[in-house]
Write a protein that binds this ligand. Structure first.
Ligand code: OSB
Ligand code: MG
Length: 380
């Protein structure tokens, strides 16, 4: 799209005139259990950035408690309120990539910073009247998606696998943890011999479990996601040298530099990119390009996002090295009612890319007001 490139190159810097941060609470249709605990609701910061006639929106993917990664919802609200948002008002940026440099002094807290970065990408794309996927360098009007199934009783898990395969989802990811692993995977493989199956352990094993993890090699999994500690790339390299099944890293990969170390040491043969986890779209894109240079496929993970974060994930997933189905499944699997007007629903395992400028989705202000608390305004 040469015209789009010209428009991006010539756009004057975009000033952030105002911001609005709030907490949103949405009950989940089905509680979601992983190795570290059960989620009953989604409780997240929602950020809107304003410039002229335009608005950009994003959500934070941190959890209330530091069980998946160290960030928390309350910590993010405080960090954004005290340190980040007041200093952004009146600042202008020539390109969303410039935010990375602006945030460089801050340590960690990438999910909080990603919330700002992603909202600015949406704002910037809207100000150019271009879809987010176009400014990110992606194309195509739909993406392949799979589902992530939480831990539950074996018979009902098999029923849920069947139901999602029948709906056309392209791969099934099963959450595992010690004591809830081999029997599940064996039964799933026997019942669904041709299905693309993966497992995600959310850091619940150690190298002492190597023999058990090697037994998983018999079941033809596409990959094993994050079996070992959330911050230990080295041990994953050791484990990969002892496994046939590719390891996919999630929690371990917070930055481009961490991803480079994982790829250089063969600690990951597949990469899960969560745009919030890695600090935003610029970093997600750099990780995408780096993995491509290593001929390692990536896919887009999820954090049970509302339609706002889900739309960001869909646009990002249209980049070329997203070669495996992501976790960005139908919003109705998670929420009875979404905070956006559009319905993000997959058909036959394909999720359509929301159309229009930016993420292409619109806040449902009336409903949003009923699920919001703690609204904070910055600037005009
Ligand atoms: O490890 O990918 C994960 C949800 C919450 C925390 C961590 C993870 C997940 C998921 C859900 O797997 C993916 C989704 O359906 O959004
Ligand atoms: Mg994971």
């Amino acid at each position: 799209m040469p015209q789009a490139t010209a428009r991006m190159a010539t756009r004057p810097p975009l000033v952030i005139e105002a911001a609005e941060l709030r907490l949103v609470r949405l009950p989940l249709v089905t509680p979601f259990t992983i190795a570290t605990g059960t989620m009953y609701e989604k409780h997240f910061p929602l950020l809107r950035l304003f410039s002229g006639q335009w608005e950009g929106v994003a959500e934070g993917v941190m959890d209330p408690l530091p069980d998946y990664l160290p960030e928390t919802t309350a910590g993010a609200m405080a960090f954004l309120t005290d340190a980040i948002l007041p200093g952004l008002i009146g600042k202008s940026f020539a390109h969303p990539n410039a935010l990375d440099r602006h945030f460089a002094p801050w340590r960690a807290n990438r999910m909080a910073l990603a919330t700002v970065e992603m909202a600015f990408w949406d704002l910037w794309a809207r100000s150019l009247d271009l879809p987010l996927q176009t400014v990110l360098g992606g194309e195509g009007d739909a993406i392949d998606v799979g589902v992530s199934l939480g831990i539950g009783p074996l018979p009902s898990t098999l029923d849920r696998i069947r139901a999602h395969l029948d709906q056309g989802y392209k791969r099934i990811k099963l959450k595992i943890m010690p004591g809830h692993d081999l029997a599940l995977v064996r039964a799933a493989r026997e019942a669904f011999p041709g299905a693309h199956l993966t497992v995600d352990a959310n850091s619940s094993y150690t190298l002492a479990d190597t023999a058990l993890l090697q037994e998983l090699d018999a079941f033809g999994l596409d990959y094993i996601e994050q079996p070992l500690a959330w911050n230990d790339i080295h041990d994953h390299a050791v484990l990969q040298s002892r496994l046939k099944t590719p390891i996919c890293l999630d929690e371990c990969l917070g930055t481009v530099a961490e991803t480079r170390k994982a790829l250089q040491t063969d600690a990951a043969r597949v990469v899960n990119i969560k745009v919030g986890r890695v600090g935003g779209h610029s970093s997600a894109r750099a990780i995408h390009d780096l993995a491509q240079a290593f001929d390692v496929p990536v896919w887009c993970g999820g954090m049970l996002e509302s339609g706002v974060g889900r739309a960001h994930n869909i646009h990002l997933s249209t980049l070329p090295n997203f070669r495996k189905p992501g976790d960005t499944s139908s919003a109705s699997r998670y929420f009875h009612r979404d905070i956006i007007v559009e319905r993000l629903e997959a058909t036959d395992g394909r999720m359509p890319v929301p159309q229009g400028p930016g993420t292409g989705v619109t806040l449902d202000q009336d409903f949003l007001a009923t699920v919001s608390t703690d609204i904070r305004r910055f600037g005009a």
